[in-house]
Design a protein around this ligand. Structure first.
Ligand SMILES: Nc1ncnc2c1ncn2[C@@H]1O[C@H](COP(=O)(O)OP(=O)(O)OP(=O)(O)O)[C@@H](O)[C@H]1O
Length: 652
C-alpha cells in the first residue's frame, strides 16, 4: 500500500503481462498497497519451463535485492536488514519464542466464525468503516477481533486462524490505517511511496487480496492498490523488474512500513523461503511485519525469527498443537477403489451430488495435469447426460457446467474462470492446486480430491474450500487401494467411509433402449470402464447395466471412442501422474511398482502403451537410468528428440 499517484504504468510494465505492475485504479495521493505473488507459472508455458522460469525469476529477485541494497545494509547499524541477511544463512539469533495468545472463546467454535464485536466498536477510520459496511461486514470474525487491536497498536503479529475466517481483512484493514497515519506526500512528488507490501503465494490469491483491498478502499480515494505478478514478461524485462522491485522495497518516505506474508506456510511449501528472506532483508527495518497462516509448522516459526520483532504477538485462534484448520461443518468421506473405477465413480458421485443439491458448486481436484483429462472427460459425461449436447462429438465436447483451471491456462483465462466460479452456482470446477489454498470461493458444496494428497496439510487445505464462513460442506477423498495408507495420517479427523454412489437412473434409461447408439455418445471413459468390467467379469454395482449383446461390441466401441480422445491430455495426465507419484516418498521407494502403477493408470485411460516422456523429464525423476527406461536405442532409431519410454514393455 503506498501513496497513490496514478502511476501504475510509470514503470512501463503495465498491461496484462506477467511482471507488469497493474494499476489498481484511482489517482494515488496517500499510498498504495502492492500485492505481489510468488507463484510459479507462466501463461502458456509448460510446467517444467515454468519451474525453471520461476527459479530465474526468483534469482533475479535475489540479485536485485542484493545488488541494490548491499551497500545500505552494510551502512546500517544493527538490527533489521543486516541481521536478516545473516539469519538467511541459517544463523538465527536466539530470539525469545513468543508464546501464543490463544483466543478465548474461539476454540471449538466451529459453528460460528463471527465474533460478538462489531467493526464500529473499534478505532478505525470512518472511511474504512463505510467500506466495511458496503462490503456487508458488520461483526468481526474471530481472527479479526483478536488481531485488529494488537496490529493497530503497532505490534508485529503472527496469526493462526482457520481457513475461510477472514484473514485477508484482518491484515488489510489495519494496514490501511497505517497508510492513513503516514504523512501525506507532496502533490508534485513524482512517485508515490509504497507503504504496504503483501506477498501472496499465487496469482489468484494476489488478485483476491486486491479485490478485497479495493472494497475496503472504496472511500479512501488517496490510497491505491497495485499487483505485481511473475511470469514470462517479468523474465524478459529483468532491468525493468529490478526497477520495480527496487521501488517496492524502498520507495521513499521511509519505504515499506508493513510487509505482510499471507499464507506463509504455503509460501514456504512452494519453496520461496530464500526469496522471503531476501525480501524481508530488503524492506526497511523500521516496519511492522504481519504473518498470517492457517498452520504454523516449524518452517513458519523459523521465518518468524527472521521477519518478526522479538516481542511480536502470536495470536492463535485455533489452539496450540492443533493443526485442524477446518471451520464449519464439513462432512468428510473417503472411497477406496481401483484406478480404473475412478472415473465412473467420480461421475456417479457428481451426479448424485448434483441431483441432491440444486445449488451445487463442486471443486474436483485431480493431480496436476490430470486436470485437463478429467475436465474433458467430465465435459463429455456432462454433455451426454444433457440433451442437445448428446449429439456433439466427444472430442469437441465443452460443457456449460464444467470449468478447468491449471497452470497451463493463460492468466486471463484463470482469472475469468475463477471469478465466474466465485460468483456462480451450479458449476463443477476441475482444478489443480493453483487455485487451492486461500482462494475464496463462497458456497462450495463439495470438494472431491482424486488421488493421494501430498500430505495431511494439503488434504485439509483443499477440503477448506468448502464449509467456509461456518457453512456446511462435503469432502470426498477418492484413493486407489495402494494409496490407502494415507488414511492413517488423517485418522484423527472425522472422516468416514463413503457408501458407493448409486447408478444414475437417467443414464440407465438412456443406455438400455438403444445401447450401442447411446454408448457411442457416452463418455468414452465411461464406455471404457464398462467394457473393462465386462472383460473382467466383474460388473460391479457402480457400473451401469450392460446388455449382454454389447459385450462383443465393446472392443470396437472402445477403440472407436478412444480414438477421439485428445491424446495430448492423456499424455499430460500420464506424465503428471508419474511425476507426482515419483515425488511421493512412499510410492517412489519401489520404482518397479511405481512403473507398474503408472501403467495401470495409463491403461485406465484406454492406452495400450504408456505415452512417451521427454528424456529430460526422466532424468529429473531419476528414472533415466532405471532399468525400465531402456529405450534409448529406440529413441535413437527414431531420431526423436523425445526419449520414448515405454514403461509397459520395459519391465526388468
Ligand atoms: N467480518 C466479516 N464478516 C463477514 N464476512 C467476512 C468478514 N471478513 C471476511 N469475510 C469474508 O469471508 C470470506 C473468507 O475470507 P478470507 O478469504 O479472507 O479467509 P481466509 O481466512 O484468508 O481463508 P484462507 O485461509 O482459506 O485463505 C471472504 O468472502 C470475505 O469476504
Amino acid at each position: 500500500m503506498s501513496e497513490r499517484g496514478g502511476r501504475g504504468s510509470e514503470f512501463g510494465y503495465g498491461g496484462s503481462g506477467c511482471g507488469g505492475l497493474k494499476k489498481g485504479g484511482k489517482d494515488l495521493r496517500r499510498g498504495r498497497v502492492v500485492i505481489s505473488e510468488e507463484e510459479s507459472g507462466d501463461d502458456d508455458e509448460e510446467e517444467e519451463e515454468e519451474e525453471e522460469g520461476d527459479d530465474r525469476l526468483m534469482k533475479s529477485f535475489r540479485d536485485l535485492i542484493s545488488e541494490e541494497y548491499s551497500e545500505e545494509e552494510d551502512e546500517d547499524d544493527g538490527g533489521g536488514g543486516g541481521d536478516v541477511l545473516k539469519n538467511a544463512s541459517g544463523l538465527f539469533p536466539a530470539k525469545r519464542e513468543a508464546s501464543p495468545l490463544v483466543v478465548p472463546g474461539s476454540l471449538g467454535r466451529s459453528d460460528s466464525y463471527l465474533s460478538e464485536t462489531r467493526f464500529d466498536q473499534c478505532s478505525v477510520s470512518s472511511s474504512s468503516l463505510k467500506g466495511i459496511k458496503d462490503a456487508g461486514y458488520e461483526h468481526m470474525t474471530v481472527v479479526q477481533e483478536a488481531t485488529l487491536p494488537v496490529i493497530l497498536k503497532g505490534k508485529d503479529v503472527l496469526a493462526k486462524a482457520k481457513t475461510g475466517t477472514g484473514k485477508t481483512v484482518a491484515f488489510l484493514l489495519p494496514s490501511i490505517e497505517v497508510v492513513l497515519k503516514s504523512p501525506p506526500i507532496d502533490r508534485d512528488q513524482k512517485r508515490s511511496p509504497i507503504f504496504v507490501l503483501i506477498i501472496c503465494p499465487t496469482r489468484e490469491l494476489a488478485s483476491q487480496a486486491t479485490a478485497e483491498a479495493n472494497t475496503l478502499l472504496k472511500y479512501h480515494p488517496s490510497i491505491g492498490v497495485q499487483v505485481v505478478i511473475g511470469g514470462r514478461d517479468f523474465l524478459w524485462s529483468r532491468n525493468g523488474c529490478q526497477q520495480i522491485l527496487a521501488r517496492i522495497c524502498n520507495s521513499g518516505h521511509g519505504g515499506v512500513k508493513v510487509p505482510v506474508l499471507d499464507e506463509a506456510d504455503h509460501l514456504l511449501d512452494m519453496g520461496f523461503r530464500g526469496d522471503i528472506e531476501h525480501i524481508i532483508a530488503a524492506v526497511p527495518k523500521q516496519r511492522q511485519t504481519l504473518l498470517f497462516s492457517a498452520i504454523v509448522p516449524e518452517e513458519v516459526r523459523q521465518i518468524c525469527h527472521i521477519a518478526l520483532k522479538r516481542d511480536h504477538e502470536f495470536i492463535d485462534t485455533i489452539g496450540q498443537g492443533t493443526e485442524e484448520t477446518l471451520t464449519g461443518r464439513v462432512r468428510q468421506m473417503h472411497l477406496v477403489a481401483p484406478l480404473d473405477k475412478h472415473f465412473s465413480l467420480l461421475y456417479s458421485l457428481l451426479k448424485e451430488h448434483i441431483s441432491d443439491d440444486v445449488d451445487y458448486k463442486v471443486e474436483c481436484r485431480p493431480k496436476a495435469s490430470s486436470v485437463k483429462y478429467i475436465h474433458q472427460s467430465s465435459c463429455i459425461l456432462h454433455n451426454c447426460n444433457g440433451h442437445k449436447a448428446c449429439c456433439r462429438p466427444p472430442w469437441r465436447a465443452k460443457s456449460e457446467r464444467t470449468r478447468e483451471i491449471h497452470s497451463r491456462k493463460p492468466q486471463s483465462y484463470r482469472t475469468r474462470i475463477s471469478d465466474e466460479f466465485r460468483k456462480s452456482k451450479g458449476l463443477i470446477l476441475v482444478t489443480s492446486d493453483v487455485s487451492a489454498r486461500g482462494v475464496d470461493y463462497p458456497d462450495v458444496t463439495l470438494v472431491i480430491q482424486v488421488g493421494l494428497p501430498a500430505d495431511r496439510q494439503q488434504y485439509v487445505h483443499r477440503l477448506g474450500r468448502t464449509g467456509r464462513k461456518g457453512k456446511e460442506g462435503q469432502g470426498i477423498l477418492l484413493l486407489a487401494p495402494w494409496e490407502e495408507f494415507f488414511l492413517s495420517s488423517i485418522k484423527d479427523l472425522p472422516i468416514t467411509k463413503a457408501s458407493l454412489p448409486l447408478v444414475d437412473p437417467e443414464m440407465r434409461k438412456k443406455i438400455l433402449p438403444d445401447a450401442f447408439a447411446r454408448a457411442l455418445s457416452l463418455s468414452l471413459v465411461c464406455v471404457f470402464f464398462q467394457w473393462k468390467s465386462v472383460q473382467e467379469g466383474s460388473l460391479s454395482q457402480l457400473m451401469i447395466p450392460w446388455p449382454k449383446e454389447m459385450k462383443n461390441l465393446g472392443l470396437v466401441m472402445v477403440k472407436r471412442a478412444l480414438s477421439h480422445v485428445e491424446m495430448k491430455n492423456k499424455e499430460a495426465a500420464y506424465q503428471a501422474w508419474l511425476g507426482y507419484y515419483n515425488s511421493s516418498k512412499v510410492v517412489r521407494r519401489d520404482k518397479y511398482k511405481l512403473v507398474e502403477l503408472a501403467n495401470e493408470f495409463s491403461r485406465s485411460m484406454g492406452l495400450d502403451n504408456p505415452p512417451a516422456i521427454p528424456k529430460l523429464v526422466l532424468g529429473k525423476w531419476a528414472l533415466r537410468t532405471f532399468p525400465v527406461c531402456v529405450l534409448n536405442s529406440f529413441s535413437a532409431i527414431l531420431g526423436d528428440f523425445m526419449f520414448l519410454i515405454n514403461v509397459a514393455v520395459c519391465r526388468p
